[in-house]
Design a protein around this ligand. Structure first.
Ligand code: GS8
Length: 188
């Protein structure tokens, strides 16, 4: 039986993009269903009754929620090509740690920068720059976060790259000057 894979998504979502990249890396065929978050579909409310958020992957009628969990699920189910997480348990734990760090730090700081006004912007602005420096250090001289090939940590972070420019403009700082390796990584 052919797998039925449906993605409930919203085009502009960084979190939905993670799932689309994982599906593309694996070459999985799926049906994309665009949600209107102002008027959520009964299917979204049924499949993610707890958070009521996209993305939701529905695999053979069973829902999986939360982008990082979906990416891990995809990697575990479609194991044969393009591994996203390392196979070694310690390295896997490290990859999860960094994806979690990105989740907890990058988006909340970005939100603070674009929605805060004046003084309110200062703290997230500083924190965002510190977080990027930490990630720049973690990347080091490697082409990708996990080493030589694109993996789950790259995937978790790369969807935020499209906002670098907006953050620089709003925050009045230069990511290119402070974190040249991250900028080179994002263009790879
Ligand atoms: C975040 C998903 C999310 O915020 C994940 O999947 O990683 N931790 C989750 N989804 C937003 C759209 S993207 O900004 C969403 O569905 N919002 C609808 C709502 O809050 O009602």
């Amino acid at each position: 039986m052919e797998d039925e894979v449906i993605l409930l998504d919203m085009w502009a979502s960084h979190f939905g993009m993670r799932v689309k990249i994982a599906l593309a890396e694996k070459g999985i065929k799926y049906e994309h269903r665009e949600e209107n978050l102002e008027n959520k579909s009964p299917l979204l409310l049924k499949m993610n009754p707890i958070h009521k958020k996209i993305p939701v992957l529905i695999h053979n009628e069973k829902p999986i929620c939360e982008s990082l969990i979906i990416v891990q699920y995809i990697d575990e189910v479609w194991r044969d090509n393009s591994p996203l997480l390392p196979s070694d348990p310690y390295q896997r734990a490290q990859a999860r740690f960094w994806a979690d760090y990105i989740d907890k730090k990058v988006y909340p700081c970005m939100r603070g920068i674009y929605s805060g006004k004046g003084e309110e912007q200062e703290k997230p602005k500083e924190e965002y720059q510190e977080v990027l420096k930490v990630l720049e250090g973690k990347l080091g001289e490697k082409p990708y976060f996990g080493g030589d090939s694109f993996g789950s940590v790259d995937l978790s972070f790369v969807t935020f790259y499209s906002w670098f420019y907006a953050m620089e403009e709003l925050g009045n700082f230069s990511i290119k000057a402070q974190c040249p390796k991250l900028v080179a990584w994002a263009k790879r």
